[in-house]
Design a binder for this molecule. Structure first.
Ligand code: NAD
Ligand code: DAU
Length: 353
């Protein structure tokens, strides 16, 4: 079954994943109107969408999802028929120093969107969809074996993952209690162009270019499951159109890496691309104190998505990582712009004090 929409609200569309989702929808669906709602926090950047900002089916709405009245008014004005909800505070380390702002945006902000959607849709829920974008971190941590499936019990360990778990529960509860049509997807770690350089891969690319230390948390033997951001955007497009309502889909690339192995590969590729002596970037590795509550291992079983909707990633990790490094090396201006005053302060606090 393929759905059609007229007016899709994408929240957080100026962020990393959101900007790739907005671009893909604007390009693939000229008959849809795409509304990018974003408050432009430190992580939101309209430069991410420069290439499509003048397309006639693209609209930008600057708004804060924690402002219930404002959000309600926008639903009245634009009568969205679908929501892809990505807006969030997304960085685990920031959630450790400021958990409340994660509750405000990730929980209250989601509640406001749910309330507005319910209010304008409740007379006729057919052809409407609240698609909530979540994370594998809600499942907590894995031991050496096993994968997160859609049936794994929630067990969040950081304020970030607790706030995302809470928002997932509210979405599901609105479905059960009020009949709100929803889908939730839980994805593993994304990497690719336009990611804010507080997250592992863009931070380390930036630091290698600048010949700065590479701060590896703890023993570096933590495992993450990496997916190219454009493959996440493709899966969101597929689930939006063909996913079953009231279902959860896990998204991942069956691509587990221990941090230190990934960092060593990144160092080697960067040495090659920067024409530096092989081994010189690895000398920047600096083991630092561990992240509190650090989840040992994430690994996603994405077989439901491939079995039921035929999805598969379009690039291998080696291709995706190489493309990603090239993008950051060719977009130095983008990197310089986002490394703003706020970010410098955060970096100083996080790594240098
Ligand atoms: P990001 O931090 O790059 O972008 C978040 C966007 O939300 C920014 O544009 C920001 O301006 C906007 N935003 C934040 N607070 C807002 C508010 N109060 N009102 C309106 N807009 C606001 O995040 P991302 O990495 O692109 O993640 C997007 C979503 O995907 C999040 O919900 C995250 O939990 C989820 N997710 C991320 C990953 C990942 O690896 N990055 C993996 C799985 C799921
Ligand atoms: O799994 C999905 C999640 O992936 C998303 O929900 C989050 O929004 C996203 O930020 C990401 O969370 P992680 O905490 O896994 O990503 P991060 O890039 O912060 O860290 C990846 C791993 O690298 C983790 O084990 C911590 C480690 N790390 C990270 C940083 C920033 C370091 O060793 N040093 C660092 O400086």
């Amino acid at each position: 079954m393929t759905r059609n929409f007229k007016r899709i609200l994408v929240t957080g569309g100026a962020g990393f994943i959101g900007s790739h989702v907005v671009r893909l929808l604007v390009k693939n669906y000229p008959d849809y109107n795409i509304y990018n709602l974003d408050n432009l926090t430190y992580a939101g950047n309209l430069e991410n969408l420069k290439d499509i900002e003048n397309e006639i089916n693209y609209n930008f709405l600057k708004a804060d999802i924690t402002n219930a009245e404002l959000i309600d008014g926008l639903f009245d004005d634009y009568q969205f028929d679908a929501i892809i909800h990505l807006a969030a505070e997304s960085h685990v380390d920031r959630s450790i120093s400021d958990p409340l702002s994660f509750v405000k945006t990730n929980v209250i902000g989601t509640m406001n969107l749910l309330n507005s959607a319910k209010r304008i849709w409740q007379d006729d829920y057919s052809d409407k969809l609240f698609y909530h974008i979540s994370t594998d971190e809600v499942y907590g941590t894995l031991g050496e074996k096993g994968l997160f499936t859609e049936n794994t019990a929630y067990d969040p360990n950081s304020p970030y993952s607790a706030s995302k778990a809470s928002s997932d529960h509210f979405v599901r509860a609105y479905g059960e209690t009020y009949g709100l049509p929803y889908i939730i997807s839980n994805c593993s770690n994304n990497y690719g162009p336009n990611q804010f350089p507080e997250k592992l891969i863009p931070l380390f690319i930036h630091n290698i270019v600048e010949k700065k230390d590479l701060p590896v948390y703890g023993d570096g033997k933590y495992t993450r499951d990496w997916l190219y951001v454009i493959d996440h955007a493709r899966s969101i497009d597929l689930i939006l159109h063909e996913g079953s309502k009231k279902e959860t889909y896990n998204i991942g690339g069956f691509n587990e890496w221990q941090n230190i192995d990934l960092i060593e590969l990144l160092c080697k590729l960067m040495d090659e691309k920067l024409n530096r002596e092989i081994g010189s970037s690895a000398k920047l590795i600096n083991y630092v104190k561990d992240r509190p509550g650090h989840d040992k291992r994430y690994a996603i079983d994405a077989s439901k998505l491939s079995r039921t909707l035929g999805w598969k990633p379009s690039v291998t990790f080696e291709e995706g990582l190489s493309k990603t490094i090239d993008w950051y090396l060719h977009n130095k201006k983008w990197l310089d712009h986002v490394v703003s005053g706020d970010y410098k302060e955060y970096y100083k606090k996080q790594y240098l004090e």
